[in-house]
Design a protein around this ligand. Sequence first.
Ligand SMILES: *[C@@H]1O[C@H](CO)[C@@H](O)[C@H](O)[C@H]1NC(C)=O
Ligand SMILES: *[C@@H]1O[C@H](CO)[C@@H](O)[C@H](O)[C@H]1NC(C)=O
Ligand SMILES: *[C@@H]1O[C@H](CO)[C@@H](O)[C@H](O)[C@H]1NC(C)=O
Ligand SMILES: *[C@@H]1O[C@H](CO)[C@@H](O)[C@H](O)[C@H]1NC(C)=O
Length: 423
Amino acid sequence: MTPVSVLMLLALPLGLLANYEKPMSRLNFFDIDLLRYCAEDRKGNVMVSPASIKATLAMVLEGAHGNTESEIRNALRLSPKKGEFREQLNLFLQGLKSNVSGVVIQNANSIFVSNKFTLNKDYEVQLKNVYLSEVFKVNFSRPEYSLKLINGWVANKTNGLIPSIVDASNVEPSTQILLTNALYFKGLWQHSFDATLTSSRCFYDHGECKKVAMMDLRGMLNYAYIDELRAHALELPYQGERYSMILLVPLDRDGCAPLIRDLPYKNIDQVIALLEPSDVQLSFPKFVIDYSEDMVNPLKNMRVMDLFTSSSNLSGIFESESPYISNMFHKVHMSVDEQGTEAAAATAAMVVPLIENGVTLRVDRPFVFFIRDNALGVVLFAGRIEDPTPFVVKEGDVPAPAPPAKEKPKEEPKLQTKPQAAH
Ligand SMILES: *[C@@H]1O[C@H](CO)[C@@H](O)[C@H](O)[C@H]1NC(C)=O
Ligand SMILES: *[C@@H]1O[C@H](CO)[C@@H](O)[C@H](O)[C@H]1NC(C)=O
Ligand SMILES: *[C@@H]1O[C@H](CO)[C@@H](O)[C@H](O)[C@H]1NC(C)=O
Ligand SMILES: *[C@@H]1O[C@H](CO)[C@@H](O)[C@H](O)[C@H]1NC(C)=O
Protein backbone atom coordinates (compact mmCIF):
# COMPACT_ATOMS: atom_id res chain seq x y z
CA MET A 1 0.00 0.00 0.00
CA THR A 2 1.29 3.44 -0.78
CA PRO A 3 1.73 6.12 1.88
CA VAL A 4 -1.12 8.00 0.23
CA SER A 5 -3.73 5.35 0.80
CA VAL A 6 -2.48 4.70 4.33
CA LEU A 7 -3.14 8.33 5.12
CA MET A 8 -6.62 8.03 3.68
CA LEU A 9 -7.39 5.09 5.90
CA LEU A 10 -6.15 6.84 8.99
CA ALA A 11 -8.34 9.79 8.24
CA LEU A 12 -11.38 7.54 8.68
CA PRO A 13 -12.73 6.17 11.90
CA LEU A 14 -10.90 2.85 11.93
CA GLY A 15 -13.31 1.14 14.28
CA LEU A 16 -16.11 1.91 11.91
CA LEU A 17 -14.34 0.28 8.99
CA ALA A 18 -13.65 -2.85 10.99
CA ASN A 19 -17.23 -3.05 12.22
CA TYR A 20 -18.71 -2.86 8.79
CA GLU A 21 -16.49 -5.27 6.96
CA LYS A 22 -19.29 -7.84 6.86
CA PRO A 23 -22.22 -5.63 5.90
CA MET A 24 -20.05 -3.94 3.27
CA SER A 25 -19.42 -7.18 1.45
CA ARG A 26 -23.13 -7.97 1.64
CA LEU A 27 -23.75 -4.60 0.08
CA ASN A 28 -21.56 -5.67 -2.82
CA PHE A 29 -24.28 -8.09 -3.95
CA PHE A 30 -26.36 -5.08 -4.80
CA ASP A 31 -23.56 -3.77 -7.05
CA ILE A 32 -23.48 -7.00 -9.01
CA ASP A 33 -27.27 -7.31 -9.23
CA LEU A 34 -27.57 -3.78 -10.49
CA LEU A 35 -25.00 -4.29 -13.23
CA ARG A 36 -26.65 -7.53 -14.21
CA TYR A 37 -30.17 -6.15 -14.49
CA CYS A 38 -29.00 -3.06 -16.35
CA ALA A 39 -26.76 -5.01 -18.72
CA GLU A 40 -29.33 -7.72 -19.49
CA ASP A 41 -31.77 -5.18 -20.81
CA ARG A 42 -29.62 -3.47 -23.31
CA LYS A 43 -26.76 -3.63 -25.76
CA GLY A 44 -23.68 -1.45 -25.83
CA ASN A 45 -21.82 0.20 -23.00
CA VAL A 46 -23.42 0.16 -19.60
CA MET A 47 -22.16 1.87 -16.49
CA VAL A 48 -23.87 2.34 -13.19
CA SER A 49 -22.86 3.77 -9.88
CA PRO A 50 -24.19 1.40 -7.25
CA ALA A 51 -22.82 3.68 -4.55
CA SER A 52 -24.86 6.67 -5.60
CA ILE A 53 -28.01 4.67 -6.30
CA LYS A 54 -27.69 3.17 -2.86
CA ALA A 55 -27.36 6.62 -1.38
CA THR A 56 -30.46 7.86 -3.18
CA LEU A 57 -32.51 4.82 -2.26
CA ALA A 58 -31.38 5.19 1.32
CA MET A 59 -32.74 8.72 1.37
CA VAL A 60 -36.09 7.30 0.31
CA LEU A 61 -35.78 4.46 2.80
CA GLU A 62 -35.53 6.99 5.62
CA GLY A 63 -39.15 7.91 5.03
CA ALA A 64 -40.53 4.58 3.82
CA HIS A 65 -42.68 2.21 5.84
CA GLY A 66 -44.18 -1.25 5.63
CA ASN A 67 -43.62 -3.25 2.50
CA THR A 68 -42.04 -0.33 0.66
CA GLU A 69 -39.40 -0.14 3.35
CA SER A 70 -38.60 -3.86 3.48
CA GLU A 71 -38.31 -4.15 -0.29
CA ILE A 72 -35.71 -1.39 -0.45
CA ARG A 73 -33.82 -2.73 2.53
CA ASN A 74 -33.73 -6.23 1.10
CA ALA A 75 -32.51 -5.07 -2.29
CA LEU A 76 -29.75 -3.04 -0.66
CA ARG A 77 -28.99 -5.81 1.87
CA LEU A 78 -29.02 -3.22 4.60
CA SER A 79 -29.10 -3.83 8.28
CA PRO A 80 -32.55 -3.28 9.82
CA LYS A 81 -30.85 -0.93 12.30
CA LYS A 82 -31.09 2.61 10.98
CA GLY A 83 -28.01 3.82 12.84
CA GLU A 84 -25.89 1.15 11.21
CA PHE A 85 -26.98 1.69 7.66
CA ARG A 86 -26.73 5.44 7.97
CA GLU A 87 -23.07 5.06 8.85
CA GLN A 88 -22.49 2.58 6.03
CA LEU A 89 -24.05 4.89 3.49
CA ASN A 90 -22.24 7.87 4.83
CA LEU A 91 -19.05 6.00 3.95
CA PHE A 92 -20.29 5.49 0.41
CA LEU A 93 -20.99 9.16 0.06
CA GLN A 94 -17.50 9.94 1.29
CA GLY A 95 -16.13 7.66 -1.41
CA LEU A 96 -17.77 9.86 -3.99
CA LYS A 97 -16.08 12.98 -2.67
CA SER A 98 -12.68 12.75 -4.23
CA ASN A 99 -9.98 15.20 -3.48
CA VAL A 100 -7.05 13.30 -4.93
CA SER A 101 -4.92 14.87 -7.60
CA GLY A 102 -5.42 13.22 -10.96
CA VAL A 103 -8.97 12.03 -10.22
CA VAL A 104 -12.15 14.04 -10.65
CA ILE A 105 -15.45 12.69 -9.33
CA GLN A 106 -18.50 14.89 -9.48
CA ASN A 107 -21.63 13.51 -7.93
CA ALA A 108 -25.12 14.96 -7.65
CA ASN A 109 -27.99 13.07 -6.03
CA SER A 110 -31.29 14.69 -5.49
CA ILE A 111 -35.00 14.31 -4.87
CA PHE A 112 -37.45 16.57 -6.68
CA VAL A 113 -40.96 16.51 -5.26
CA SER A 114 -44.17 17.95 -6.60
CA ASN A 115 -45.18 21.03 -4.62
CA LYS A 116 -48.68 19.58 -4.32
CA PHE A 117 -47.39 17.62 -1.35
CA THR A 118 -46.33 18.80 2.06
CA LEU A 119 -42.98 17.53 3.22
CA ASN A 120 -42.37 16.27 6.71
CA LYS A 121 -40.08 18.75 8.50
CA ASP A 122 -38.17 16.07 10.42
CA TYR A 123 -37.45 14.28 7.20
CA GLU A 124 -35.96 17.34 5.59
CA VAL A 125 -33.69 17.89 8.58
CA GLN A 126 -32.65 14.23 8.56
CA LEU A 127 -31.65 14.40 4.90
CA LYS A 128 -29.61 17.49 5.43
CA ASN A 129 -27.76 16.05 8.41
CA VAL A 130 -27.21 12.45 7.39
CA TYR A 131 -27.10 12.59 3.61
CA LEU A 132 -26.02 16.19 3.14
CA SER A 133 -28.81 16.45 0.64
CA GLU A 134 -31.90 18.51 0.03
CA VAL A 135 -35.36 17.85 -1.27
CA PHE A 136 -36.50 20.30 -3.90
CA LYS A 137 -40.10 21.27 -4.42
CA VAL A 138 -41.10 21.64 -8.02
CA ASN A 139 -44.29 22.75 -9.72
CA PHE A 140 -44.45 20.00 -12.33
CA SER A 141 -47.44 21.74 -13.93
CA ARG A 142 -44.83 23.99 -15.44
CA PRO A 143 -42.72 21.43 -17.31
CA GLU A 144 -40.35 23.87 -18.98
CA TYR A 145 -39.53 25.60 -15.77
CA SER A 146 -39.13 22.23 -13.98
CA LEU A 147 -36.79 21.04 -16.68
CA LYS A 148 -34.63 24.12 -16.30
CA LEU A 149 -34.58 23.82 -12.55
CA ILE A 150 -33.58 20.15 -12.50
CA ASN A 151 -31.01 20.32 -15.28
CA GLY A 152 -29.61 23.56 -13.94
CA TRP A 153 -29.15 22.02 -10.54
CA VAL A 154 -27.35 18.96 -11.94
CA ALA A 155 -25.14 21.11 -14.17
CA ASN A 156 -24.28 23.26 -11.20
CA LYS A 157 -23.46 20.33 -8.92
CA THR A 158 -21.21 18.76 -11.54
CA ASN A 159 -19.50 22.02 -12.54
CA GLY A 160 -21.08 21.75 -15.96
CA LEU A 161 -19.57 18.31 -16.63
CA ILE A 162 -23.06 16.80 -16.88
CA PRO A 163 -25.07 19.58 -18.51
CA SER A 164 -28.49 17.91 -18.31
CA ILE A 165 -30.21 14.80 -16.99
CA VAL A 166 -33.86 15.04 -18.01
CA ASP A 167 -35.56 16.12 -21.21
CA ALA A 168 -39.07 17.37 -21.93
CA SER A 169 -40.46 13.84 -22.25
CA ASN A 170 -39.41 13.04 -18.67
CA VAL A 171 -41.26 15.82 -16.91
CA GLU A 172 -45.04 15.79 -16.87
CA PRO A 173 -47.65 17.63 -14.83
CA SER A 174 -48.53 14.28 -13.22
CA THR A 175 -44.96 13.70 -11.97
CA GLN A 176 -44.93 13.21 -8.21
CA ILE A 177 -41.36 12.47 -7.22
CA LEU A 178 -38.32 12.33 -9.44
CA LEU A 179 -34.95 11.08 -8.24
CA THR A 180 -31.73 11.99 -9.99
CA ASN A 181 -28.14 10.75 -9.82
CA ALA A 182 -25.49 12.32 -11.96
CA LEU A 183 -21.90 11.24 -11.91
CA TYR A 184 -18.78 12.21 -13.72
CA PHE A 185 -15.52 10.36 -13.38
CA LYS A 186 -12.18 11.14 -14.89
CA GLY A 187 -8.93 9.70 -13.64
CA LEU A 188 -5.36 9.81 -14.82
CA TRP A 189 -3.71 6.41 -14.95
CA GLN A 190 -0.87 5.70 -12.60
CA HIS A 191 0.82 4.09 -15.59
CA SER A 192 -0.19 5.88 -18.74
CA PHE A 193 -0.43 4.24 -22.14
CA ASP A 194 2.00 5.42 -24.82
CA ALA A 195 -0.29 7.14 -27.35
CA THR A 196 2.09 6.46 -30.25
CA LEU A 197 1.41 2.73 -29.80
CA THR A 198 -2.37 3.13 -30.08
CA SER A 199 -3.57 1.62 -33.32
CA SER A 200 -6.59 0.24 -35.09
CA ARG A 201 -7.27 -3.34 -34.08
CA CYS A 202 -10.15 -5.80 -33.87
CA PHE A 203 -12.63 -5.88 -31.01
CA TYR A 204 -14.95 -8.87 -31.34
CA ASP A 205 -18.56 -8.17 -30.55
CA HIS A 206 -20.92 -11.09 -31.26
CA GLY A 207 -18.24 -12.61 -33.46
CA GLU A 208 -17.83 -9.54 -35.57
CA CYS A 209 -14.53 -7.62 -35.84
CA LYS A 210 -14.98 -3.92 -35.15
CA LYS A 211 -11.92 -1.75 -35.63
CA VAL A 212 -11.25 0.16 -32.45
CA ALA A 213 -8.51 2.31 -30.98
CA MET A 214 -6.43 -0.20 -29.04
CA MET A 215 -3.87 1.05 -26.56
CA ASP A 216 -0.77 -0.81 -25.38
CA LEU A 217 0.96 -0.97 -22.05
CA ARG A 218 3.69 -3.17 -20.67
CA GLY A 219 4.42 -3.27 -16.98
CA MET A 220 4.09 -4.82 -13.56
CA LEU A 221 0.37 -4.93 -12.82
CA ASN A 222 -1.77 -6.87 -10.37
CA TYR A 223 -3.17 -9.80 -12.32
CA ALA A 224 -4.83 -13.19 -11.80
CA TYR A 225 -6.70 -15.73 -13.85
CA ILE A 226 -9.94 -16.48 -12.00
CA ASP A 227 -10.92 -20.05 -12.72
CA GLU A 228 -14.45 -19.86 -11.26
CA LEU A 229 -15.27 -16.95 -13.52
CA ARG A 230 -13.34 -18.16 -16.58
CA ALA A 231 -11.88 -14.67 -16.73
CA HIS A 232 -8.69 -12.69 -16.43
CA ALA A 233 -8.63 -10.05 -13.71
CA LEU A 234 -6.35 -7.04 -13.85
CA GLU A 235 -6.00 -3.92 -11.75
CA LEU A 236 -5.21 -0.58 -13.39
CA PRO A 237 -4.57 1.98 -10.67
CA TYR A 238 -5.32 5.65 -11.05
CA GLN A 239 -2.85 8.27 -9.94
CA GLY A 240 -2.32 8.17 -6.21
CA GLU A 241 -3.64 4.58 -6.14
CA ARG A 242 -6.67 5.44 -4.05
CA TYR A 243 -8.91 4.44 -6.97
CA SER A 244 -8.41 1.53 -9.35
CA MET A 245 -10.14 0.09 -12.35
CA ILE A 246 -10.56 -3.66 -12.00
CA LEU A 247 -10.96 -5.37 -15.37
CA LEU A 248 -12.61 -8.74 -15.77
CA VAL A 249 -11.98 -10.09 -19.24
CA PRO A 250 -13.73 -13.33 -20.16
CA LEU A 251 -11.63 -16.11 -21.63
CA ASP A 252 -14.28 -16.73 -24.29
CA ARG A 253 -15.15 -14.05 -26.80
CA ASP A 254 -18.85 -14.41 -26.02
CA GLY A 255 -18.24 -14.95 -22.32
CA CYS A 256 -19.37 -11.59 -20.98
CA ALA A 257 -23.01 -12.44 -20.21
CA PRO A 258 -22.16 -15.67 -18.34
CA LEU A 259 -19.41 -13.78 -16.53
CA ILE A 260 -21.88 -11.20 -15.24
CA ARG A 261 -24.25 -14.00 -14.21
CA ASP A 262 -21.47 -15.78 -12.28
CA LEU A 263 -20.20 -12.69 -10.49
CA PRO A 264 -22.35 -13.13 -7.36
CA TYR A 265 -20.41 -16.32 -6.65
CA LYS A 266 -17.04 -14.59 -6.57
CA ASN A 267 -17.22 -11.11 -5.20
CA ILE A 268 -14.84 -8.32 -6.11
CA ASP A 269 -13.02 -8.41 -2.79
CA GLN A 270 -12.26 -12.10 -3.29
CA VAL A 271 -11.02 -11.40 -6.82
CA ILE A 272 -8.77 -8.61 -5.59
CA ALA A 273 -7.27 -10.84 -2.93
CA LEU A 274 -6.06 -13.19 -5.70
CA LEU A 275 -4.25 -10.54 -7.75
CA GLU A 276 -0.46 -10.69 -7.85
CA PRO A 277 2.11 -8.35 -9.38
CA SER A 278 2.84 -9.75 -12.84
CA ASP A 279 4.66 -8.71 -15.94
CA VAL A 280 1.73 -7.86 -18.20
CA GLN A 281 1.57 -6.92 -21.86
CA LEU A 282 -1.84 -5.29 -22.09
CA SER A 283 -3.89 -4.24 -25.11
CA PHE A 284 -6.87 -2.24 -23.97
CA PRO A 285 -9.41 -0.31 -26.04
CA LYS A 286 -10.23 3.34 -25.56
CA PHE A 287 -13.86 3.95 -24.69
CA VAL A 288 -16.31 6.64 -23.74
CA ILE A 289 -19.48 6.04 -21.77
CA ASP A 290 -22.46 8.30 -21.79
CA TYR A 291 -24.97 6.16 -20.04
CA SER A 292 -28.37 7.38 -19.14
CA GLU A 293 -31.12 5.18 -17.77
CA ASP A 294 -34.32 5.31 -15.83
CA MET A 295 -33.51 2.87 -13.04
CA VAL A 296 -37.15 2.08 -12.28
CA ASN A 297 -37.19 -1.08 -14.41
CA PRO A 298 -33.89 -2.58 -13.23
CA LEU A 299 -34.94 -1.88 -9.63
CA LYS A 300 -38.34 -3.51 -10.21
CA ASN A 301 -36.43 -6.54 -11.49
CA MET A 302 -34.53 -6.46 -8.22
CA ARG A 303 -37.89 -6.63 -6.43
CA VAL A 304 -38.17 -3.01 -5.42
CA MET A 305 -41.78 -2.77 -6.59
CA ASP A 306 -44.03 -0.91 -4.15
CA LEU A 307 -42.01 2.27 -4.33
CA PHE A 308 -43.04 2.80 -7.92
CA THR A 309 -46.75 2.08 -7.50
CA SER A 310 -49.65 3.81 -5.87
CA SER A 311 -49.43 1.39 -2.94
CA SER A 312 -46.09 2.86 -1.85
CA ASN A 313 -45.83 3.97 1.74
CA LEU A 314 -43.66 7.05 2.08
CA SER A 315 -45.51 8.33 5.11
CA GLY A 316 -42.25 9.48 6.73
CA ILE A 317 -41.59 11.90 3.89
CA PHE A 318 -44.99 13.57 3.56
CA GLU A 319 -47.42 15.04 6.00
CA SER A 320 -50.56 13.74 4.36
CA GLU A 321 -50.95 11.58 1.27
CA SER A 322 -48.21 9.30 0.08
CA PRO A 323 -47.23 9.83 -3.53
CA TYR A 324 -45.08 7.40 -5.48
CA ILE A 325 -41.84 7.72 -7.37
CA SER A 326 -42.26 8.30 -11.08
CA ASN A 327 -38.70 8.10 -12.30
CA MET A 328 -35.17 7.54 -11.11
CA PHE A 329 -32.77 8.98 -13.63
CA HIS A 330 -29.18 7.88 -13.56
CA LYS A 331 -26.61 9.45 -15.79
CA VAL A 332 -22.91 8.66 -15.93
CA HIS A 333 -20.12 10.01 -18.03
CA MET A 334 -16.67 8.50 -18.21
CA SER A 335 -13.93 8.30 -20.79
CA VAL A 336 -10.88 6.08 -20.90
CA ASP A 337 -7.86 6.96 -22.96
CA GLU A 338 -4.09 6.91 -22.80
CA GLN A 339 -4.15 9.82 -20.40
CA GLY A 340 -1.76 12.39 -20.80
CA THR A 341 1.57 13.87 -20.30
CA GLU A 342 1.31 14.21 -16.55
CA ALA A 343 1.45 10.49 -16.09
CA ALA A 344 4.02 9.89 -18.80
CA ALA A 345 6.89 10.03 -16.34
CA ALA A 346 5.49 7.01 -14.53
CA THR A 347 5.65 5.00 -17.74
CA ALA A 348 9.39 5.34 -17.99
CA ALA A 349 9.80 3.80 -14.57
CA MET A 350 7.56 0.93 -15.64
CA VAL A 351 9.79 -0.58 -18.28
CA VAL A 352 10.66 -4.08 -17.21
CA PRO A 353 12.90 -6.59 -18.95
CA LEU A 354 11.15 -9.19 -21.05
CA ILE A 355 10.73 -12.30 -19.01
CA GLU A 356 9.46 -15.70 -19.98
CA ASN A 357 6.36 -16.13 -17.87
CA GLY A 358 4.77 -12.78 -18.53
CA VAL A 359 1.07 -12.44 -19.29
CA THR A 360 -0.34 -11.19 -22.56
CA LEU A 361 -3.81 -9.80 -22.09
CA ARG A 362 -5.66 -8.53 -25.13
CA VAL A 363 -8.94 -6.95 -24.20
CA ASP A 364 -10.50 -7.54 -27.61
CA ARG A 365 -13.93 -8.73 -26.48
CA PRO A 366 -16.77 -7.39 -24.32
CA PHE A 367 -15.60 -7.09 -20.74
CA VAL A 368 -16.64 -5.94 -17.30
CA PHE A 369 -14.98 -3.32 -15.14
CA PHE A 370 -15.32 -1.88 -11.69
CA ILE A 371 -13.95 1.34 -10.29
CA ARG A 372 -13.15 0.88 -6.68
CA ASP A 373 -12.25 3.18 -3.87
CA ASN A 374 -9.39 1.20 -2.35
CA ALA A 375 -9.35 3.24 0.83
CA LEU A 376 -13.00 2.54 1.63
CA GLY A 377 -13.23 -0.84 -0.11
CA VAL A 378 -16.25 0.37 -2.02
CA VAL A 379 -17.26 -0.14 -5.65
CA LEU A 380 -18.10 3.28 -7.04
CA PHE A 381 -18.90 2.21 -10.57
CA ALA A 382 -19.64 -1.04 -12.36
CA GLY A 383 -19.76 -1.31 -16.12
CA ARG A 384 -19.77 -3.46 -19.21
CA ILE A 385 -18.09 -2.40 -22.45
CA GLU A 386 -19.26 -3.77 -25.79
CA ASP A 387 -18.63 -0.74 -27.91
CA PRO A 388 -15.18 0.87 -27.63
CA THR A 389 -14.10 3.98 -29.49
CA PRO A 390 -13.41 3.48 -33.20
CA PHE A 391 -9.88 4.29 -34.26
CA VAL A 392 -9.58 7.63 -36.02
CA VAL A 393 -6.43 9.21 -37.37
CA LYS A 394 -6.68 12.80 -36.21
CA GLU A 395 -5.80 15.67 -38.55
CA GLY A 396 -2.18 16.55 -38.07
CA ASP A 397 -1.34 13.18 -36.58
CA VAL A 398 1.57 11.66 -38.36
CA PRO A 399 0.74 7.99 -38.80
CA ALA A 400 3.59 6.67 -36.72
CA PRO A 401 5.76 4.07 -38.39
CA ALA A 402 6.31 2.37 -35.06
CA PRO A 403 2.95 0.62 -34.54
CA PRO A 404 2.90 -1.39 -37.80
CA ALA A 405 6.44 -2.59 -37.08
CA LYS A 406 5.30 -3.63 -33.60
CA GLU A 407 2.21 -5.36 -34.94
CA LYS A 408 4.09 -7.74 -37.20
CA PRO A 409 5.60 -10.18 -34.74
CA LYS A 410 2.26 -10.40 -32.97
CA GLU A 411 0.64 -12.90 -35.35
CA GLU A 412 -2.50 -13.06 -33.19
CA PRO A 413 -1.09 -14.66 -30.08
CA LYS A 414 -3.85 -16.29 -28.13
CA LEU A 415 -4.93 -14.97 -24.80
CA GLN A 416 -2.29 -16.53 -22.74
CA THR A 417 -3.18 -17.88 -19.38
CA LYS A 418 -0.59 -17.56 -16.74
CA PRO A 419 0.04 -21.20 -15.88
CA GLN A 420 0.59 -20.77 -12.15
CA ALA A 421 -2.51 -18.62 -11.87
CA ALA A 422 -4.80 -21.08 -13.59
CA HIS A 423 -4.44 -24.14 -11.40
C1 LIG B 1 -47.69 3.44 6.24
O1 LIG B 1 -46.99 2.85 7.30
C2 LIG B 1 -47.31 3.44 8.58
C3 LIG B 1 -46.34 2.88 9.58
O2 LIG B 1 -46.27 1.48 9.49
C4 LIG B 1 -48.77 3.18 8.87
O3 LIG B 1 -49.11 3.75 10.11
C5 LIG B 1 -49.64 3.76 7.77
O4 LIG B 1 -50.98 3.43 7.95
C6 LIG B 1 -49.18 3.27 6.39
N1 LIG B 1 -49.86 4.03 5.37
C7 LIG B 1 -50.41 3.47 4.30
C8 LIG B 1 -51.04 4.38 3.32
O5 LIG B 1 -50.36 2.26 4.10
C1 LIG C 1 -8.42 19.41 -1.60
O1 LIG C 1 -7.30 19.27 -0.72
C2 LIG C 1 -6.43 20.36 -0.76
C3 LIG C 1 -5.21 20.03 0.08
O2 LIG C 1 -5.51 19.08 1.05
C4 LIG C 1 -7.17 21.61 -0.26
O3 LIG C 1 -6.32 22.71 -0.29
C5 LIG C 1 -8.36 21.85 -1.16
O4 LIG C 1 -9.12 22.93 -0.67
C6 LIG C 1 -9.24 20.62 -1.22
N1 LIG C 1 -10.29 20.84 -2.21
C7 LIG C 1 -11.55 20.51 -2.00
C8 LIG C 1 -12.50 20.76 -3.11
O5 LIG C 1 -11.93 20.02 -0.94
C1 LIG D 1 -48.21 25.52 -10.68
O1 LIG D 1 -48.18 26.10 -11.96
C2 LIG D 1 -49.47 26.23 -12.53
C3 LIG D 1 -49.32 26.67 -13.98
O2 LIG D 1 -48.52 27.82 -14.06
C4 LIG D 1 -50.29 27.20 -11.69
O3 LIG D 1 -51.59 27.34 -12.23
C5 LIG D 1 -50.37 26.69 -10.27
O4 LIG D 1 -51.01 27.62 -9.42
C6 LIG D 1 -48.99 26.37 -9.70
N1 LIG D 1 -49.18 25.65 -8.46
C7 LIG D 1 -48.54 25.94 -7.33
C8 LIG D 1 -48.92 25.14 -6.13
O5 LIG D 1 -47.68 26.80 -7.28
C1 LIG E 1 -24.67 27.38 -8.91
O1 LIG E 1 -25.11 27.63 -7.59
C2 LIG E 1 -24.48 28.73 -6.98
C3 LIG E 1 -24.92 28.78 -5.54
O2 LIG E 1 -26.29 28.65 -5.42
C4 LIG E 1 -24.83 29.98 -7.75
O3 LIG E 1 -24.19 31.09 -7.19
C5 LIG E 1 -24.36 29.81 -9.19
O4 LIG E 1 -24.72 30.93 -9.96
C6 LIG E 1 -24.93 28.55 -9.81
N1 LIG E 1 -24.34 28.35 -11.11
C7 LIG E 1 -25.04 27.96 -12.15
C8 LIG E 1 -24.28 27.71 -13.39
O5 LIG E 1 -26.25 27.80 -12.08
